[in-house]
Design a protein. Structure first.
Length: 175
């Protein structure tokens, strides 16, 4: 058996693209927006907007990633994210449930999941239960359309969710 001695060719296209090491597909949405704007720093608001659509809110990890990719000081990115009311930083609940209400998820029942969740917790998107246990957030396409409807429980994406499976998961957070 002869092993090839040829070193692997460097794929220039692959090395030029920016992707988050976690492999989380939601970062792809941010990457595409930055690329479309040629990583221009003045596209920060648009990039933050897309990030919020993908994640439901802006958490530190996301802000750090954007700052790095756009070569901006983190303080500047934080400054913009906290200045504009349309952006929300990580919700305050001990647990966070992000329901994707993008088209693919919506047609597969994300609306029912949201309704059941609201009825169960007594809160709606952007709110935290009075005991501080659960925050609910909505997003518009988290990049997991193939497993729609998708819900993100404490940062972990779960596919093919139903109202029942979602409530079951959240029930555990209340105890
Ligand atoms: S619409 Fe929900 S993951 Fe794309």
């Amino acid at each position: 058996m002869t092993a090839s001695t040829q070193p692997p060719k460097t794929d220039q296209k692959a090395s030029a693209k920016s992707t988050h090491p976690s492999g989380d597909k939601r970062f792809k949405v941010i990457d595409i927006t930055m690329k479309r704007n040629q990583h221009r720093q003045d596209a920060l608001i648009e990039v933050l907007h897309k990030a919020q659509e993908a994640f439901g809110y802006l958490e530190e990890d996301v802000l750090v990633y954007i700052a790095r990719q756009l070569k901006l000081p983190l303080s500047r990115v934080y400054g913009v994210a906290t200045f504009y009311h349309l952006f929300s930083l990580k919700p305050s609940g001990a647990h966070t449930c992000v329901v994707c209400l993008g088209t693919a998820c919506y047609v597969k029942g994300a609306g029912e999941i949201m309704t059941a969740l609201e009825a169960k917790t007594g809160i709606t998107s952007g709110e935290t239960t009075p005991d501080g246990q659960i925050s609910i957030v909505t997003a518009r396409c988290i990049g997991a359309c193939g497993i729609a409807p998708a819900v993100v429980f404490d940062g972990t994406v779960a596919g093919q969710q139903t109202a029942e499976s979602t409530l079951e998961r959240v029930k555990g957070w209340k105890e």
